[in-house]
Structures are given as C-alpha cells and as structure tokens.
Design a protein around this ligand. Structure first.
Ligand SMILES: [Fe+2]
Ligand SMILES: [Fe+2]
Length: 263
C-alpha cells in the first residue's frame, strides 16, 4: 500500500533540489576570488546546511507521517529561502560592481530563480497541492524553458572560444529555447482553457523534443569534459548538474501529459 502522495512528492522534490542547492553553493564558492573570504565561507555554510538536510531526508520513508514531513518541508523551505537571499545578495553586489567574481550575473540570477522555485514547491506541497496543477502548465514551462535557454548560454560562454563547433551548437540551442520561451509566453497571454487541451499537448510535445535534444547535447558535453577531451571553464559537476535539470524538466512534462490525458 503506497503512502500519502504528498509525502512521496515532498521527499522527491527535497531529494532533487537539495543536491542542486548544495551544488549551487559549491559553484558560487569556486567562482569567488581569494579575497572574497566572507562570501566563500557563507557558501560553504550552505553546503553544510544542505548536506544536513540530505542526511535528515535519508531517515524519511514513503510511510513517514504526513505531519512530520510537513514540518520537514517547512524547515527545508527556510533553508531554500535563506540561500535565495544569499544568491540575491551576491547578484546585487555583482550588479553594483562592488565585487567581480567568475560567475556570470545571469548564472547567479538563474540559481536564485531555482531556489525560489524550490521554496515555492515546498509551500505548495504544504498547502496540499501535489504536482503543479494543469492550469499552471504554461507558467511552469515558461520557468523551465528560460532555465534551459540560460543553460545553453552558459555552456556557449564557458566553452573555450576555440571549440568553435560546440560553441555554435550551444548558440543554436540558445536560439531554439529563446523561441520556445517566447512561444510559451504568447500562450500564457492567450490563457487557454481546459477545452484547448490539443493546443497544450502539442505545445508540450514540441518542448519535449527540444529538451530531449538539449539533454543529449549536455550529456555529450559532460562526457567530453569528464574525459578532458575539450577545452572549457566548465566544472564537470556543472555539466552533470545542467544535465540533471533537463532530465527533471522532461519528467515534469511527462507528468503534465499524464494529467492532461485525464490519467
Ligand atoms: Fe541549478
Ligand atoms: Fe540550472
């Protein structure tokens, strides 16, 4: 007998996003210069914080008590909200030119959006909302399409300029996802109702095809980076990280498709 779906979904979101948050803190810490010690220490504090959360998570099971999971969700929410604040602080310092780091402002903004998404998911789960509801399909796609478009841009900019072919490919993905993002925004303005399911399912299908191909590109890039066969400023863990986020988007699209088809 399966336990409460809110318990299962909460544990799944925390498992995926806590690791992501921990890695963001690592990437931030590696991007600072040697004199930015305070900011490095703060980043390291977040690595430890999310490691403790992962450790706690390992003690929960699908049969865990809903109230205990809800309390854990609130605790993790605090951590996600806190790392969000830290990321926004780093972004403000960067945008006001008070610090120069090796992380692009768009990347710092990007990881703050992911923290906000995580915090929001936890709040929704505690409000009893399971997966993002079908009427939120477009909004959720707007979020993830921008995430994917940003990834393509990061990869393109962090590859060595002499890796011309890969840089071109990354640029094509960037363009492709910018178009999909605009298309999603167009649809968001149209606010399709439930009778327009065919429009939504075609929209999801298009996204799926592009995300799958970006996911494969990231996988190839990750393998090349791990084997030291290409020149770049990309940490192998960053390559894997963006790969996992593409996989997550594909899973979410599948979830939406199931919801749309009325299960
Ligand atoms: Fe991320
Ligand atoms: Fe990301």
């Amino acid at each position: 007998m399966a336990g409460n779906p809110i318990v299962a979904r909460s544990l799944d979101e925390i498992k995926f996003w806590s690791r992501i948050m921990k890695e963001h803190a690592l990437f931030l810490s590696l991007g600072f210069t040697y004199e930015q010690k305070q900011l490095i220490e703060e980043a390291q504090g977040y690595i430890a914080l999310f490691e403790r959360i992962e450790e706690k998570l390992s003690r929960f099971t699908l049969d865990s008590d809903l109230r205990q999971v809800q309390a854990f969700n609130s605790e993790v929410y605090q951590a996600a909200a806190s790392i969000y604040g830290y990321k926004r602080k780093v972004l403000d310092l960067t945008l006001s030119c008070k610090i120069i780091t090796n992380n692009f402002p768009l990347l710092v903004d990007h990881i703050s959006r992911e923290a906000a998404y995580f915090a929001n998911r936890l709040q929704e789960l505690n409000a009893g909302k399971l997966a993002p509801t079908p009427d939120k399909v477009i909004e959720e796609n707007v979020f993830f399409l921008k995430i994917m478009a940003d990834h393509a841009k990061f990869i393109g900019h962090l590859l060595d300029p002499s890796e011309r072919k890969l840089v071109d490919q990354a640029r094509e993905f960037s363009h492709d996802f910018d178009q999909l993002l605009f298309q999603a925004v167009d649809l968001e303005y149209m606010r399709p109702q439930s009778e327009t399911k065919p429009i939504l399912s075609h929209f999801l299908n298009q996204n799926k095809v592009s995300v799958a191909s970006l996911r494969d590109f990231k996988k190839t890039a990750r393998e090349l980076i791990e084997a030291c066969r290409i020149k770049s400023n990309i940490h192998p863990l960053l390559a894997d990280h963006t790969f996992r986020e593409a996989e997550r988007f594909l899973e979410i699209i599948d979830l939406f498709e199931t919801n749309l088809s009325g299960r």
